[in-house]
Design a protein around this ligand. Structure first.
Ligand code: SF4
Ligand code: SF4
Length: 201
């Protein structure tokens, strides 16, 4: 098993313990298992993101969470976004921490607080508005037509929002995707037209 060679936090780094972030993560499904982490490092051994990036280490993410380091974990350049969701750590953790699910909970919290990277926020907005994660421009439709491909199907956005609302992962009553979309509309953002409308452009 490869050793966990991740750099330890600077020994003279002053850390003020905070329970606020831990309380928030405890309210998100998958987040509360972080409390069981005893820092063995087994999750790092098969982690592909840790192998290829010195910035990423699931054990240190659990440590920062135990310390309540929102300044690191909820920053725009937080290492949480380097996780590939491969679930290797889920299999290996002897404490059933399920690090990947804790990291997903952190990503959800970052999104909710508006501190996710721009690329992730754009992707989320696109899904809420159009059902597609990427921007489907008129050029895409024309190119498909030229290649003899079928037109892109029109995603059932309202059904998707229903599903997302019913699976909302927060136990308290905060805004789900439908409220999010309504808020966007009320702020003057118009959702992109449906697929057939876009094809006419
Ligand atoms: S998350 Fe699990 S495998 Fe990783 S350091 Fe904590 S207890 Fe060990
Ligand atoms: S799910 Fe993320 S943290 Fe876990 S092993 Fe894969 S890349 Fe590493």
């Amino acid at each position: 098993m490869p050793a966990d060679k991740s750099p330890e936090p600077e020994s003279d780094e002053r850390v003020v313990l905070s329970f606020e972030l831990r309380r928030e993560i405890d309210q998100i499904i998958g987040g509360n298992h972080h409390n069981y982490c005893y820092q063995c490092g087994a999750c790092v051994a098969q982690c592909p993101a840790a192998r290829f990036s010195d910035r990423f280490n699931p054990r240190l993410i659990m440590l920062d969470l135990l310390l309540g380091r929102a300044d690191k974990l909820l920053a725009a350049d937080s290492p949480i976004w380097l996780c590939t969701n491969c679930y290797s750590c889920y299999e290996r953790c002897p404490q059933d921490v399920r690090p990947v699910e804790v990291i997903i909970a952190l990503k959800n919290l970052a999104g909710r607080k508006g501190v996710a990277p721009d690329s992730v926020s754009l992707l989320t907005r696109n899904i809420l508005k159009t059902g597609y994660s990427g921007v489907v421009t008129p050029v895409v439709h024309k190119t498909r037509e030229k290649l003899g491909l079928d037109p892109l199907p029109e995603p059932p956005v309202d059904e998707m929002l229903e599903l997302l609302d019913s699976g909302s992962d927060e136990r308290d009553a905060s805004a789900g995707p439908r409220e999010e979309k309504t808020r966007e509309r009320s702020h003057g953002e118009t959702p992109a037209g449906n697929a057939s409308q876009r094809r006419k452009k």
